[in-house]
Design a protein around this ligand. Structure first.
Ligand code: IFM
Length: 471
């Protein structure tokens, strides 16, 4: 069944929705995507692309440790080499610029820039300075995430995000980075997807550091959000001209039936995926329904923490990928009920653009202080192959068109959305799935490090060129 967002493109031109490169991307004339101040960029993250894990004083992170444990990552892959971006950054920026992308979202590896005593590592800092200066020379808008999951191992050895002190160490790190990089960063995001750090890292153990306890997850989340709240005023003081925000992944949960129990299950799914993070940030309190789902897991919260966490944001980054169809588990929670006959990606995730629109419009109703939004990640994995020098990733083109249409619909419904970053600029280390899952709009041959621009990247470049010509 076609989603509404897909239908927008279907009615425009049947060929466009098939994802054919030959057809120009022709959103309606009144589409916000034509606005030249609607930022279109691509995103990456340090551990997923940099490699060079033992170089220039970088210390181990929890992902070095975790990926070295047999069975934790598909095929035993690690980020030791990844896309070798640490050495190839200049060519990678040329590639980004040649595609006409206007924004680049990257993250900093904490363990590259600071040691256990808080002493700055000049070589690591210089890497990011060179990178950001070059991006600025190219006129590219820079979004920098301070924490995209690669916690220094020495901090994990002292309890990681279960230790309140890690939040204060994060504020020190934010202080260093914003003093060093002020003027080269347009927008700072403190954390990427605290849900994944807290739940996958400490709740079910699928990600580093691999602990599995719901109570750990809620406490880790509290310390992550506290870290965010402590860092924001530091970033404001050191780099007043930039925007400050945080990036959350959001999940759409739909009920498997009209029964009250399934409706409740879908509600609880969204509480666990969305309200757990957004309520403390935007309402200054955890959603009480979370503790119905996970009884007895209330985190230890000290006086003043919730005020710190809910300080105003300049923007909220939203990462969206798929929806989950759920039913009641017969007790306090929900269980996934995968739908049959729906379009899926290489990850097995359902392609469901309407979920993005519906969540965004729902947030606008729920949070009266919803800050301006950037879609900081959206994209899909496919088993892409290079044939005769090309990668025909037509499903990705279609995916991107439909999600961009959903963004436009949300804007028209009154949500203030200012930009969109593709995940990802290039294929990279997809965490527990290693290198098998390919999310890039640029293909990476990991044996030669050759980059091949996929049809999807050509398509985005073509649209950006057309938009520029019309401006
Ligand atoms: O690769 C990840 C990224 O690091 C965080 N957001 C989701 C992406 C795809 O799983």
């Amino acid at each position: 069944m076609a989603n509404d967002a897909s239908a927008v493109f279907d009615t425009l031109s049947p060929a466009v929705s098939k994802g054919s490169l030959a057809d120009p991307f022709t959103p309606p004339v009144d589409s916000s995507l034509w606005r030249k101040n609607f930022l279109l960029g691509a995103a990456t993250a340090s551990y997923q692309i940099e490699g060079a894990v033992n170089e220039d004083g970088r210390l181990p992170s929890i992902w070095d440790t975790f990926s070295a444990i047999p069975g934790k990552v598909l095929a035993g892959d690690t980020g030791a080499v990844a896309c070798d971006h640490y050495h190839r950054w200049e060519a990678d920026i040329e590639m980004l610029a040649s595609l006409g992308l206007e924004g680049y979202r990257l993250s900093i590896a904490w363990s590259r820039v600071m040691d256990a005593a808080g002493v700055p590592n000049r070589k690591g800092l210089d890497f990011y300075k060179r990178l950001l200066n070059r991006l600025k020379e190219k006129g590219i808008t820079t979004f920098v995430t301070l924490y995209h999951w690669d916690l220094p191992q020495h901090l994990e050895d002292r309890g990681g995000w279960l230790n309140r002190d890690t939040a204060y160490r994060f504020a020190d790190y934010a202080d260093l980075m914003s003093r060093e990089l002020a003027g080269t960063v347009d927008a700072w995001a403190t954390l990427n997807e605290p849900w994944c750090s807290a739940y996958l890292g400490y709740g079910n153990g699928h990600h580093a550091p691999g602990l599995a306890n719901d109570r750990f997850a809620t406490q880790a989340m509290h310390h992550l959000l506290l870290a965010h709240g402590l860092a924001v005023p530091v970033l404001r003081a050191n780099d007043p001209a930039s925007q400050k925000g945080i990036v959350a992944n959001i999940g759409r949960g739909t009920p498997n039936s009209d029964s009250a129990a399934d409706q409740r299950a879908a509600h609880l799914f969204e509480v666990q995926h969305n309200a757990w993070i957004l309520d403390p940030l935007l309402k200054g309190a955890y959603p009480q329904d979370l503790f119905e789902l996970w009884p007895g897991t209330e985190p230890l919260v000290l006086d003043g923490d919730m005020q710190t966490i809910s300080a105003p944001l300049d923007f909220l980054g939203i990462n969206y990928y798929f929806r989950t169809n759920v039913a009641s588990d017969g007790a306090h929670g929900f269980r996934d009920v995968p739908l049959e006959g729906v379009e899926r990606t290489q990850m097995g995730w359902e392609v469901y653009p309407d979920g993005l629109r519906d969540l965004l419009t729902g947030f606008k109703r729920t949070y009266h202080n919803l800050p301006p939004i950037y879609i900081t990640e959206n994209g899909m994995a496919s088993d892409d192959q290079v044939t005769d020098g090309h990668v025909d990733d037509t499903q990705r083109i279609s995916f991107l068109k439909r999600h961009l249409a959903a963004v436009d619909q949300a804007i028209k419904a009154g949500v203030d959305i200012r930009g969109y970053f593709l995940w990802s600029l290039m294929d990279n280390f997809e965490w527990a799935f290693g290198y098998e899952r390919r999310f890039g709009v640029v293909h990476v041959d990991y044996s030669t490090q050759k980059r091949t621009v996929k049809r999807s990247a050509e398509w985005v470049a073509k649209f950006l060129k057309e938009r520029k010509a019309r401006a």
